[in-house]
Ligand binder design. Sequence first.
Ligand code: R5P
Length: 311
Amino acid sequence: MKIMSGNSNLPLARAIAGYLELPLTDASVRRFADEEIFVEIHENVRGEDVFVVQPTSYPANDNLMELLIGIDALRRASAKRITAVIPYFGYARQDRKPGPRTPISAKLVANLITEAGADRVLSVDLHAGQIQGFFDIPTDNLFAAPVMAADIQARYGDQSLMVVSPDVGGVVRARSLAKRLDNAPLAIVDKRRDRPGQSEVMNIIGDVKGRACILIDDIIDSGGTLCNAAQALMDEGATSVTAYITHGVLSGAAVSRVSNSALKELVITDSIQATEAARESDRIRILTIAPLLGEAMRRIADESSVSSLFD
Ligand code: R5P
């Protein structure tokens, strides 16, 4: 197997390569004067099982094009099998038509990746499970929950925990984490969003008084959802609120919003390369999912079970 990385998250690709004790494939991504992307692979990949690591995070369009062009280069170089490793799958929030004459961009992106020449996809905590079905090629959706659960047990295991979903849509994810935490009780924030980009906490379903709350979600973008939820939980008598979020999108003023919030700590993974502000924030901690991805890639290459990683 070979691992090739785009520019979106080189530290993660290097960590995966380190876990697998493999060098990264020698390739370069350059730009023409007008910003068009040019990928060149400097070693033979004919007949190889190649994994391209490229989360499609900010700048989403550039990173997506880099992924597509990298896959095209590998296909034309006669790689035997190409797996698009997309730890954070961007455009995932546009996974249905919220109104007439709107796109389903997640499906479009899935079509583009397939058409470029990917044979398989490997992702982590897809925003919605059904996105797996948007691909007509084998797609593995890994879960960061085991990595998070181990961290929660180590740091907060001695406290009276309550797992909280910040919205009704996240209940399945929250329940699965609660199960891994010795069946911790579950609460739900009933959130109403009046306008896109704004979130408003309405009410907490469940008694969080005296509990150390663990908020779980797949994405933190502006931070509005989480910070409002954290405040609502504290107002209801929680002793502390810590958030575990797989993908730290953290756009705009999100880091400072988190720093000024009621959150004790925000824990994200390295599915997206953290900005300097996020890395320097003493309120944000980053867990690595490199071993999880590396192990899944090894199993894909060996044709062994990936799902048993989560037993
Ligand atoms: C929504 O469905 C997602 O799971 C996240 O809750 C949302 O994307 C977070 O966005 P923000 O941080 O901008 O509130």
